[in-house]
Design a protein around this ligand. Sequence first.
Ligand code: C5P
Length: 241
Amino acid sequence: MNSKQLKELKATQRTQMILALDVDSFSKAKYFVDLLYPRVKIFKVGLQLFIACGGKIIRYIREKGGRIFLDLKFYDIPNTAANASREVVRMGGIEMFTVHTQGGPEMMQRVKGAVREEACRLGIKAPLIIGVTLLTSEAQSSKITPLVISLTRAARTAGLDGVVASVKETGRLRQEFGGDLIIVTPGIRLAGGEKGDQRRIAAPEEAKGAGSNYIVAGRPILEAKNPLAITRAIIKRIDSA
Ligand code: C5P
């Protein structure tokens, strides 16, 4: 993609915020969904919450009208990952879910095939499959970007819809893979915010500027004294970027 095409793409690109519901109970998750929907439309359910309350929170978000990002980061042998992905389709109403790109090409291809087949069998829209590249908790080094590009290439070849990558790699990925690749960017922090265990972090407007489709924020909102105010601030910074 040349720089003119990239500029045009960025001018039309929309970036949406996803709230990572990293809490330990249905009632806490419900509190944040009730407080922030419809300002936030997409909620990420990860390992902690899914283990704590399973499908209950998925049904709640769905009934409320929210969209769901199921972030269980499948990393297993091809058969197991594919069968787990079939169950994700059967749950219904999952907009996107994650697998680890480091699970390898065969695993990703089998996941893609299973999702397509199951969605077709049920006559429903297939969820988007998003490949996790390298965790944003890994520190920046010169090896990271080439590795993320090669994992993304493998994900695209296997038919995945997008990847999770930090803002540090997002610009290169957009340039390399064009506008069709969905890029999800965690590690979002406002100036002066606690990093926690994240390393490759960035502000919301930087992620948008680099070409991210979705930014993921968890602790900056969940641990805030005023979660609504922080959410508003993040959305404002995306919209005015
Ligand atoms: O609290 P914080 O904003 O750091 O949360 C980031 C969220 O994004 C967490 O739920 C984490 O599991 C997820 N994530 C990440 N890095 C990845 C993939 C997912 O931080 N590469």
